[in-house]
Design a protein around this ligand. Structure first.
Ligand SMILES: Cc1ncc(COP(=O)(O)O)c(C=O)c1O
Length: 381
């Protein structure tokens, strides 16, 4: 049997990882400024995370959601404390797409309405409704097509107000990333998020904050949407939540009520996933990683702005993007092959940095030096 060939792969096999470094099968060391698509939050193979998973594995790894799983309640309590959303409710699942799928569905159950507002360049996942709300027709299969999604231009307040005036009685939810990731690191304006809150209140619609990539402390606040100073009704989370152990979830505001059978999953909230997620929050809290992400991110951003050749440096905390001109279009590849640094990209010609929140200043400086070296190299080619 062969693998279904859907991923364009780098010709690298990673066999070992620690903190912000990974090593290939020949022992070559790489600096990880991408965290495997923003997943590595507290650092690869963090000892506390490994210990918690190992200890759990020896007791029980899995049982379904038909018995009491006390570690779920421990996780909910810790998540409430670290995120500051203590009065919210937690539903656990396994991935970002699933979190958004549940959020959109729950919103519709809650207010009985059908239409969803999503925005240009959004990415919300690949399951049926999440992908329909994603602004990329090439990944939407005919079976996923629906006229329930209304796409509006990102950060366009007039278009949003006009849409609610016309269709408010039909709008079930508005789904928005606090910082668009796949779309190229684009920040939602504070006034735009505040307007979403106001309009959702006025028209009994649900504000869904997709925090799958920009959440979990990455932006320097627990949720990037928090910078707007208003609460969403539902926050979706995944990626950094398990530091590589698959887990996702939604935080649900208290006015949205649960009912037996409303949502459900076989694997979501299993013992092992919860132990990984709890370890992540313990380390984030203990090591002050959210503030660290804010400070180190500000440092990297300032340093990047001083580098000649790259443009439009943007982001918050350790979610940073910048544009590369045409003559540097091979920058990501050069960083990887010649300087052994993993970064991410967004099309066209955007470099994305999504390192572990525990990245050290020394690693940040190592990256900045590599970046300068790669730009020099490309300029002489
Ligand atoms: C903002 C956002 N939402 C949802 C998803 C989907 O997450 P997953 O790949 O875990 O299904 C992603 C993944 O990149 C994402 O960036």
């Amino acid at each position: 049997m062969t693998l279904f060939d859907v991923y364009p792969l780098n010709n690298i096999t990673i066999t070992k990882a620690l903190g912000s470094n990974v090593w290939d099968e020949n022992g070559v060391q790489y600096l990880d400024m991408y965290g495997g698509h923003a997943v590595i939050s507290i650092g690869h193979t963090h000892p506390h995370w490994v210990k918690r998973i190992e200890e759990q594995l020896e007791k029980i790894a899995f049982y379904s959601n038909s018995i009491i799983i006390p570690i779920q309640a421990q996780l909910a309590e810790k998540l409430g404390k670290v995120s500051g959303k203590e009065d919210y409710q937690l539903f656990l699942c396994n991935s970002g797409a699933e979190a958004n799928e549940n959020a959109l569905k729950l919103a519709s159950f809650h207010n009985g309405k059908k239409k969803v507002i999503a925005f240009s360049k959004s990415f919300h996942g690949r399951t049926s409704l999440a992908v329909a709300a994603t602004d990329n027709p090439s990944i939407v299969a005919p079976v996923n097509e629906t006229d329930n999604i209304i796409f509006l231009p990102f950060n366009d307040e007039a278009a949003l107000s006009e849409c609610f005036e016309k269709h408010g009685s039909e709008i079930s939810s508005v789904i928005i990333e606090g910082i668009q990731g796949v779309g190229g690191i684009v920040l939602a304006n504070t006034s735009f998020l505040q307007l979403i809150r106001t309009l959702c209140d006025k028209y009994n619609s649900v504000y869904i904050a997709d925090s799958v990539q920009c959440g979990y402390g990455r932006s320097g606040q627990f949720f990037a949407h928090d910078y707007a100073g208003v609460n969403a009704d539902i926050y979706s989370m995944a990626k950094g939540m398990g530091n590589g152990f698959p887990i996702g979830g939604i935080l649900i505001a208290p006015h949205i009520k649960a009912k037996y059978g409303l949502l459900g999953t076989t694997f979501g909230g299993n013992h092992l996933a919860c132990s990984a997620a709890l370890a992540v929050l313990e380390v984030i809290e203990q090591d002050g990683l959210i503030n660290h992400a804010k400070e180190l991110g500000a440092y990297i951003t300032e340093e990047l702005k001083a580098i000649e050749g790259i443009k439009n440096v943007r982001g918050r905390g350790l979610m940073i993007g910048f544009d590369v001109p045409e003559e540097l279009k091979d920058l990501k590849k050069t960083l990887l092959t010649d300087f052994k640094v993993f970064t991410g990209e967004a099309k066209p010609n955007v470099i994305r940095l999504l390192p572990s929140l525990a990245l050290t200043k020394a690693h940040a400086d190592e990256f900045l030096a590599a970046l300068k070296g790669a730009i020099e190299l490309l300029k002489t080619k």
